[in-house]
Design a protein around this ligand. Structure first.
Ligand code: ADP
Ligand code: NA
Length: 332
């Protein structure tokens, strides 16, 4: 049996958004309160699987770290790291590249979506991404991984890699990690299209609320969010076939820390013209303190760099022995 340990990561590819906040960051903060050792990672090596301007990548990494702290992660309580500063992630990833099968990787829907029709021109790293993600998690022997719904398949692959490694080498060395996908906002959708998830890479800025948006911008994006002409239902069944309505209610519920049922009991019967300002007010109330604190922290980049340097030292106390033992098992 393994000691409970939490790991999760976010890509520093700019445009940190409300989906990242509700699906990931906010839940990291909930985990921190549970007093389990946790490691939260800016996964810059994942970011470069698609082109990143070097100066932007550096800025986004610091901005993401500022976002982690502004959202409530305490660098003393949690270990905050930048992936490329802890070399054991990449070292274990190579071993996992040799454990994972081509067929497993080819089934990944994120690979298919991101590579699109032009797979021959995608980077090899984009294809191997889920093996690096497995290494990110397993190099800590992490047992719990809070993520959004979009990462479910990658976590299943992580479990497959752990099981195949353990089986091939006849050991019980890597834990079979639990995905922790829970809450009202495990899949926040685009504000412009209820069939697409809110994403950093969406070309339309109006599709997402960025953690760097000011109060007016947040309110405006919510006012303009796509909806349907009907009033809000008072029961969950009434959201059936209404993805945009469901999305706004889910966002409200997650921010108010209520169930969707509770929210609908209160707002059922209201028109969107009435509900949207409520959602805008709540969003601004929850997001503004984070935005303001992020901006303040970004004025102290040397502090951020120090926090990340200290985080990698602490991380390596965990990862170095696990990697050494892995090499030993493999015969290296
Ligand atoms: P993105 O998909 O926007 O590039 P990442 O891949 O860096 O973001 O994901 C970081 C974390 O945020 C993951 O746990 C992921 O599941 C979560 N996440 C990303 N988008 C959403 C979303 N629209 N709704 C809920 N969670 C999300
Ligand atoms: Na993602």
């Amino acid at each position: 049996t393994f000691t409970p340990r939490v790991f999760s990561g976010i890509q520093p590819s700019g445009n940190l958004h409300l989906g990242n906040y509700l699906g990931a960051l906010k839940r990291f903060v909930d985990w921190q309160a549970k007093d389990v050792e946790s490691i939260y990672c800016m996964v810059d090596m994942h970011a470069i699987t698609v082109w990143q301007d070097p100066a932007d990548l550096k800025k986004s990494t610091r901005e993401l770290c500022a976002g982690f702290i502004a959202a409530g992660l305490d660098p003393e309580q949690s270990i905050l790291i930048n992936q490329s500063q802890v070399p054991e992630h990449a070292q274990l990833a190579w071993i996992f590249n040799c454990v994972a099968r081509m067929g497993w990787m080819q089934r990944m829907t994120q690979w298919k979506d991101k590579a699109g029709k032009n797979a021959q021109n995608a980077s090899l790293g984009l294809f191997a991404y889920p093996a690096l993600m497995a290494a990110d998690i397993l190099v800590y022997h992490a047992t719990h991984v809070p993520v959004g719904e979009d990462q479910k398949q990658h976590l299943e692959l992580t479990r497959d890699i752990a099981m195949k490694f353990n089986h091939d080498y006849g050991v019980d060395f890597f834990p079979v990690t639990e995905p922790v996908i829970e809450g009202a906002a495990t899949r926040v959708m685009s504000l412009r299209d209820g069939s697409k998830k809110m994403s950093k890479s969406d070309a339309s800025d109006a599709s997402r609320i960025n953690l760097t948006d000011d109060a007016d911008t947040i309110a405006k994006k919510i006012r303009k969010a796509k909806t349907d002409p009907d009033a809000l239902p008072s029961e969950v069944e009434g959201l059936e076939g209404r993805p945009e309505a469901r999305n706004l209610v889910n966002i409200y519920a997650a921010m108010a820390e209520q169930s969707v049922e509770q929210v609908l009991a209160d707002v059922g019967g209201k028109a969107f013209s009435e509900f949207k300002p409520m959602l805008a007010d709540l969003s601004v109330a929850k997001m503004s303190p984070i935005t303001t604190e992020m901006a303040r922290l970004m004025q102290h980049q040397d502090e951020i760099d120090k926090i990340l340097a200290r985080g990698s030292e602490r991380a390596r106390e965990i990862t170095a022995p696990i990697l050494r033992k892995t090499y030993d098992i493999v015969g290296m």
